[in-house]
Design a protein around this ligand. Structure first.
Ligand code: HEM
Length: 464
């Protein structure tokens, strides 16, 4: 289900007036060409109406685009609107037993166990790792020569993966990153949810094939993870990282230590969920800055004043206010996870004047919420100042959810925000990005929103 769409820079001064000259193309999902295709079509009215009811092969589905209703659904999640089994099954096939594939008491126990690893203090321990990795990357770019085209999405993917691998296996994970990328490149198209998953016999057949193919794709990664944990057990050596945390401190819903499948499932979940999303956000940020020179200059002014050419450190974060706003506005226009997992109504209820029956499905899309003209002024324009303290355009509660909301809110949110600010500040402190080729790029969606074609850019040195 890799679907293609087309992006041109929203409200770009480079293409000054272009959106206005093409009113027919200013539909909110589009920026301004075809929107990414989700498993079900998203009608234009889903961007303006609070609740839109649709029929899908899975039954009735309600697209919820009202901030308060969306929050209500997500916050009541565990009892009234749990994640739908069809969605959990897809994640279980891909990632095994982990937070993204669990619900109910098992999910609660895992979440409670893992939370301390992702709190502010633990997250801050990764700052030095991030600085080292980004420095390595920039050294490589400098060596290649100024202005050499860089496939930015690929570079961002390697960087984000290197960071999450180091947090997971501090000392002994050198071989893991390659194995993650190899496994993901072999994940079949079958992985994506499709209408066929609603057809009884075909559904079982697809599910078995999916399990077989994904099992084969992940065999090497699984073996490496199990081997690393076994070696740590044999030597009783536990570096301060996620793998040790899971193997020694985590408890499941029975109060027992995590079993091997639970340890492995949470490791694969963190490795996969923790790098693709971050890499997508970084890449879209570079795209938006490259196509909005005035915003890029505003960011550079903050970086010059705060860091004066050096790689930023944790102590700089409170002053990187504009950098944070750029990240937040990027996550609004291009939420890496533009579609939250389906929720299912546990009982009949009312939703925005609609009668919802038990078993009906609820879909919340940051994609539509973040582009709704009813919520945002000038929603298709890239305006980081929306997120600056004291902004005249306050963000309504529930209107902005790149990390979801409620009990299933992204556990890596703090980690991701910190990492995005530090990396963006380091890269834009040193280079000005210029797109290679057209500023119209294709959008692809396969659970995560990516720019197709890898976003080739020239990173022009700002200081000599
Ligand atoms: C820009 C980066 C990221 C974005 C936009 C993002 C987005 C999201 C969203 C929207 C959800 C909620 C899904 C739903 O409710 O259906 C989620 C959940 C999750 N994310 Fe992230 N994520 C990011 C980074 C990370 C990182 C760095 C990690 C871990 C290292 C991570 C791990 C997870 C996990 C485990 C869950 C499931 C939480 C639960 O159900 O308890 N994510 N993420």
């Amino acid at each position: 289900m890799t679907a293609q769409g087309r992006a041109t820079p929203p409200g770009s001064p480079v293409l000054a007036g272009a959106p206005e000259l093409r009113p027919a193309r200013r539909r909110p999902g589009q920026l301004f060409g075809r929107a990414p295709r989700f498993p079900w079509s998203i009608p234009e009215r889903a961007f303006v109406e609070p609740v839109v009811r649709q029929w899908t092969p899975f039954g009735a589905l309600f697209l919820v685009n009202d901030p308060q209703l969306a929050r209500d659904v997500l916050i009541a999640g565990q009892t009234d609107f749990p994640k739908a089994p069809v969605e959990l099954d897809v994640f279980a096939a891909l990632l095994g037993t982990g937070l993204l594939s669990l619900e109910g008491p098992a999910w609660r126990a895992h979440r409670r166990s893992l939370q301390p690893f992702f709190d502010v203090r633990a997250t801050a321990q990764a700052d030095a790792l991030i600085a080292d990795r980004v420095q390595e990357l920039m050294t490589g770019w400098d060596r290649a020569g100024p202005g050499t085209p860089v496939a930015f999405h690929e570079a961002a993917t390697h960087l984000a993966l290197a960071v999450v691998v180091s947090r997971t296996f501090l000392t002994d994970g050198a071989s893991i990153a390659g194995s993650v990328l190899e496994a993901l490149s072999r994940v079949p198209k079958l992985m994506s949810m499709s209408a066929l998953d609603a057809v009884p016999v075909i559904k079982e057949h697809r599910s078995q094939r999916r399990a077989r193919q994904i099992g084969a794709a992940f065999a090497d990664l699984t073996a490496r993870i199990d081997d690393l944990i076994a070696r740590r057990r044999a030597t009783d050596s536990w570096p301060d990282d996620l793998a040790s945390f899971l193997a020694t401190r985590a408890r499941n819903e029975t109060g027992a230590p995590f079993n091997p499948a639970e340890i492995r499932g949470e490791i694969i979940t963190a490795l996969v969920a923790g790098h693709d999303t971050t890499a997508s956000a970084l890449t879209w940020a570079i795209y938006l800055l490259a196509t909005h020179p005035a915003e890029c200059a505003r960011l550079e002014a903050e970086l010059d004043e705060t860091c004066a050419g050096r790689v930023p450190e944790a102590a700089d974060l409170p002053r990187l206010i504009h950098t944070r706003a750029v990240v937040e506005e990027t996550l609004r226009l291009f939420p890496p996870a533009p579609r939250l997992a389906l929720r299912i109504a546990a009982a009949a209820t009312q939703l925005g004047g609609h009668t919802v029956r038990r078993g009906d499905l609820i879909q919340i899309l940051p994609w539509t919420l973040h582009r709704s003209a009813a919520i945002w002024g000038d929603p298709l324009r890239f305006r980081p100042d929306r997120f600056l303290p004291g902004s005249a355009m306050p963000v309504p509660r529930g209107a902005y959810m790149p990390f979801g909301a409620g009990p299933h809110v992204c556990i890596g949110q703090l980690t991701a925000m910190r990492q995005l600010q530090l990396i963006l500040a380091a890269v834009c402190g040193r280079y000005r990005p210029e797109l290679v080729g057209s500023s119209e790029i294709d959008i692809s969606y396969n659970i995560i929103l990516h720019p197709s074609g890898g976003l080739p850019v020239r990173l022009m040195p700002r200081r000599t």
